[in-house]
Design a protein around this ligand. Structure first.
Ligand code: ADP
Length: 191
């Protein structure tokens, strides 16, 4: 059901983002415990929005879950968690353990090699450049600035031990990428 709604999404919020988040969340749940059915549904529905055009709406998701025969209380739990995962729009205090697991998985998909690709794609969509060496680092004016303003801060915000460890590993990779990026930017790779 969600697959057809995400066709054409260009910034890495596509169906494969949902699959990656789901697999990662199930891996974390395997290590740290949690209701896997709940984890799966929250992951697949975590881009549910009340309003955002083109993405799955809360009511459509609710109808789908009702058609599948889930109990009302369970459906409310899925939707409450799915709707509050978001970094920018979520109320993180409402998350249950399974929601916290999916939030870690979602944040992990913003890190590492895939996270780098997503940051450049999103930045382009927002009309921002790859990098602007003249802008202060605390201004979110380019993809590289976004690394500093949000992405490098994510390991500290992780809810689970497994998520934190993976986040640290992915940030280490991003920092080595950044070193290389700046080396080429400054033409220090010539010799
Ligand atoms: P959420 O979906 O949890 O609210 P965001 O929408 O902030 O999170 O981020 C989704 C993806 O878009 C992430 O990969 C993130 O790095 C990227 N992104 C968000 N804002 C920016 C930005 N200003 N510049 C570059 N990438 C961004």
């Amino acid at each position: 059901m969600v697959e057809e709604l995400f066709i054409g999404e260009q910034t890495g919020h596509d169906i494969y983002h949902l699959f990656r988040v789901k697999r990662l969340a199930l891996y974390i749940a395997d290590k740290e415990g949690g209701d896997k059915q709940l984890v799966s549904l929250i992951a697949m529905l975590h881009e549910v929005e009340d309003q955002k055009l083109g993405l799955l709406s809360k009511e459509r998701a609710r109808r789908y879950l009702q058609e599948q025969g889930y109990e009302e209380e369970f459906i409310e739990k899925v939707l409450k968690n799915a709707l509050n995962i978001s970094y920018s729009k979520g109320n993180w205090e409402l998350l249950d353990w399974e929601g916290k697991i999916v939030q870690d998985a979602d944040r992990l998909d913003a890190l590492g090699a895939i996270g780098i690709a997503r940051a450049f794609a999103t930045s382009a969509k927002l009309g921002k450049p790859l990098y602007d060496p003249r802008a202060p680092l605390d201004k979110d004016v380019s993809a590289i600035h976004h690394f500093y303003n949000k992405l490098f801060k994510l390991p500290k915000l992780m809810n689970t031990k497994t998520g934190k460890k993976l986040a640290q590993k992915r940030v280490r990779y991003m920092k080595s990428y950044l070193q290389r990026f700046l080396k080429e930017w400054n033409l220090e790779d010539l010799e």
